[in-house]
Ligand binder design. Structure first.
Ligand SMILES: [Zn+2]
Length: 319
């Protein structure tokens, strides 16, 4: 079966017809992974591989045996690829994605399996979020999760601190976002995040928190809005961050029923970011295609990454 490189289903009906069995899924992944033909990872030869049962491919030059899923997030999976594809479809086409609980109830896989697949797709999502934000960027922190209300800013509270950056468009509207779960709202945490996600020379808009002082020394133009009142009317001074923070919290409480533990919070932030940044995409099928494309070029995510939290700063393998 030959698949057009930019081929992706436009409706769920077409999706079901196209990916009716694992062989169809494998053929699709092969096209995405080796668009110019099979490439042997050992002897680096481009060739037409010998095909064996269960999707095994053999390099005719060096006899190395491999498969399209080896060294990707699908590596060694025992879950049918049709299930992976089904989850990816809903993850990219449903307005709010879907939870592991919903997958368990609708696709007949265990909660653990569903969770592990979601985690791996979230890692694949991040690969496409590399380009830094630019122009005018609003940055502020918010508190997520935990039982207590209020508390000091990022300290002495059971909530997690999340810093959000969002591009502001002229004359109005918002562009892309980035988010990070940080240990505290210190200048070190905030400026390291800004340095990683915002292009130098951009205009960074913040409130008067001392953690943001010194941004010009880091190569940014700093627009600071100092509020006269001690109350924080974030919706007035930081409309972009405020909007994203409220959508994020609603999504966590709704789709995931608030069940987000701190060690996995960043995974949820990455999924939210991926979906938010593609909210204007006209074709959901294209978003599905992009996620699958990333999935065959993303290295395996280990069991430890899935269980104890992925190390986002170092691309996995938390020591
Ligand atoms: Zn070879």
């Amino acid at each position: 079966m030959l698949i057009d490189k930019e081929s992706f289903p436009s409706t769920h009906r077409k999706f079901v017809l196209q990916f009716h069995d694992d062989a169809a899924c494998l053929a699709y992944l092969e096209q995405l992974r080796w668009p110019d033909g099979f490439f042997c990872p050992v002897c680096q030869t481009q060739s037409v591989p010998w095909r064996q049962t269960r999707g095994r491919l053999v390099c005719p030059a060096c006899r190395h045996q491999t498969s399209v899923t080896v060294d990707t997030i699908f590596d060694k999976t025992r879950t049918p690829l049709t299930t992976w594809f089904d989850i990816a479809w809903h993850l990219t086409t449903a307005k709010n994605g879907l939870s592991a609980k919903t997958i368990e109830q609708t696709l007949g896989v265990s909660y653990r399996t569903a969770w592990a697949i979601l985690q791996r797709f979230r890692v694949a999502m991040v690969r496409s979020e590399r380009e830094k934000l630019s122009g005018m960027v609003e940055v502020d922190e918010t508190l997520v999760g935990g039982a207590k209300q209020g508390g000091k800013r990022g300290r002495g509270t059971s909530k997690s601190v999340v810093v959000i950056a969002i591009e502001l468009k002229e004359p109005k509207g918002f562009g892309r976002i980035r988010m990070r779960h940080i240990p505290d709202a210190s200048g070190e945490s905030l400026k390291s995040f800004i340095g990683d996600v915002v292009t130098a020379k951009s205009v960074v808009c913040t409130d008067g928190w001392t953690g943001y002082s010194g941004l010009p020394d880091c190569g940014y133009e700093h627009h600071k809005t100092v509020l006269s009142s001690s109350e924080d009317p974030a919706h007035v001074s930081m409309p972009g961050v405020h909007r994203v923070a409220s959508l994020l919290k609603r999504w966590i409480m709704g789709t995931h029923q608030g069940c987000v533990v701190p060690e996995h919070l960043q995974s949820y932030l990455e999924e939210f970011t991926f979906r938010f940044n593609r909210r204007k995409s006209k074709s959901r099928g294209l978003v599905f295609y992009r996620l699958m494309e990333q999935s065959v070029t993303t290295k395996p995510v280990t069991f430890n990454d899935v269980t104890f939290g992925y190390d986002w700063q170092n691309h996995g393998r938390r020591s």
